[in-house]
Design a protein around this ligand. Structure first.
Ligand SMILES: O=P(O)(O)OC[C@H]1O[C@H](O[C@H]2O[C@H](CO)[C@@H](O)[C@H](O)[C@H]2O)[C@H](O)[C@@H](O)[C@@H]1O
Length: 276
């Protein structure tokens, strides 16, 4: 774990001082789940369930805030079992899927989800032709119900393929009034009505939190990083954790604490509980 400044150490101490009132928001892929080639093969880091269970008992509430559909994140992370284990200990788990558009809690056990954005169905119909035109016909298209992700990780040169397709895909998305979210070898297209920062702010408010921690690894997490900083400026203790990778180095500058991917995240979560 590396602090990015002297202030960062103070922010870490400040959230630990009010830990029982803190809400913890964590991204899934690249933060709680090691990045793998096949998006459908992603699973929680083996140390994550235990670390989250221990942490949940000590804080106000824990949420997984992910770009994935909530249903998928729950299945991949076995989060319903984890949520039940938390409930047994008097703690609560939330999952905010599709960048906060979907909501699930261990208590409610059901997903609340809006309708797909207008324009998404037309975008999906026109996408294959646009990918062919960009020389990226074999990009993997992940249909997420409320969004579409175009993946290049399993292509011959993922970075080059990403560069070839990002602009044409963005142009198509904008024609259908949709937002583009570039990420680690992926371009996501979705509604612009919600982002992780807004989801985190709502979570903080409804839990009446006295502090906030957020950890993420990719550009879709930047709004949540900014939300923690804004809340801190309003007087709420807050900590931004970057789950670092060589694929997305620019997030490091926005964080207070930098850790080495999901291994480092699990270690940090355990460390929060150690006696000062
Ligand atoms: O907000 P997140 O939980 O980080 O989800 C963001 C997107 O992550 C997934 O893609 C990423 O992880 C895959 C599995 O490790 C990897 O193969 C891919 O290259 C990454 O971009 C997921 O497939 C998307 O639906 C999520 O929105």
């Amino acid at each position: 774990m590396e602090f990015t400044s002297d202030d960062a150490r103070a922010h870490y101490d400040a959230v630990r001082d009010v830990l029982d009132g803190v809400v913890v928001g964590l991204d899934f892929d690249g933060t709680l789940s090691p990045v793998v080639d096949d998006p459908e093969a992603a699973r929680l880091h083996p140390g994550a369930p235990g670390a989250l269970l221990e942490l949940a008992e000590a804080v106000r509430a824990v949420a997984v805030i992910t770009g994935r559909p909530a249903r998928q994140a729950i299945a991949m992370g076995d989060l319903d079992a984890l949520g039940n284990a938390m409930l047994d200990r008097g703690a609560e788990l939330f999952v905010f899927g599709q960048y906060g558009n979907e909501r699930w809690s261990a208590t409610e056990q059901r997903i609340r989800s809006p309708r797909p954005p207008a324009g998404l169905a037309s975008f999906e119909r026109e996408l294959p032709a646009v990918l062919r035109g960009a020389g990226a016909a074999d990009a993997f298209i992940e249909q997420k119900g409320l969004a579409v992700a175009v993946h290049t990780r399993r292509m011959e040169d993922p970075a080059d393929a990403f560069q070839r397709l990002v602009e044409p895909v963005a142009a198509l998305a904008h024609r259908h009034h949709l937002t583009v979210e570039p990420g680690r070898n992926v371009v996501e297209v979705r509604s612009g009505d919600m982002h992780k920062g807004q989801a985190l702010r709502t979570f903080v408010a409804e839990q009446q939190a006295s502090g906030v921690i957020f950890g993420g690894d990719d550009l879709g997490d930047v709004e949540a990083f900014e939300a923690v900083r804004a809340l801190r400026a309003e007087g709420l203790p807050g900590l931004v954790v970057c789950s670092a990778s060589t694929e997305q180095p620019q997030l490091v500058d926005l964080a207070d604490v930098v850790v080495d991917g999901p291994d480092g995240v699990v270690e940090l979560l355990g460390g929060l509980l150690l006696r000062r």
